[in-house]
Design a protein around this ligand. Sequence first.
Ligand code: SAH
Length: 221
Amino acid sequence: MIDRDLQGIGMTSRRTRERLVQRLRDQGVADERVLNAVIDTPRHIFIDEALSHRAYEDTALPISYNQTISQPYIVARMTELLLEGGPRNKVLEVGTGSGYQTAILGLLVDQVFSVERIRPLQEKARKRLQRLKLHNVMLRHTDGGMGWPDKAPFDGILVTAAPREVPQELLSQLAIGGCLVIPVGDEEQALKRITRTADDEYTTEVMEKVRFVPLLSGTVR
Ligand code: SAH
């Protein structure tokens, strides 16, 4: 059976997605694997129905609990930064939120582990990912500042909420050669890529200014 809602029509169609991808290209996103994943992923199912007609605008949108689905440009850019210098077989995402970034990762790497501190958001994300048949994604309700020690080491870690400082725990869960893509800061945030080059050697690249919701501690049921 064809799932019409999944395919989208009009403002939620594949054609609309192709226009979004052109915008991402114009802003410098160049990795074709990432751009194809954006074309293949129906962002409108990650947003409440009342806002779904805006799904392919290049903006962050509210997803309740004071959280937002990230702007498509930033999702694409962070994914591109994560994949560069790969391979990234096993990836941890901190901050599942709507699950949109999780879905994009699910199309591009072997295994995705994603943690979220707000249970109701996680449950909605789980349903969406099942609908897209992304069975290589594992979700966990936990405070992601601690990472997911049982599943470490990771070839890549992508954080979608901003801590004031880089959590040491996340650095220690990187494989050698793995990288952490993370927004860091308070009011002024910078997107950083930190690569583990040896057991206790890391290199940091500062990429661009960004704006994310804060990384908070503890969990919400
Ligand atoms: N990638 C998501 C971004 C959602 S916003 C999307 O595009 O939909 C960031 C998410 O990080 C929120 O859902 C928030 O609840 C979550 N978050 C914040 N601090 C966290 C923490 N310590 N552990 C896990 N998730 C956290």
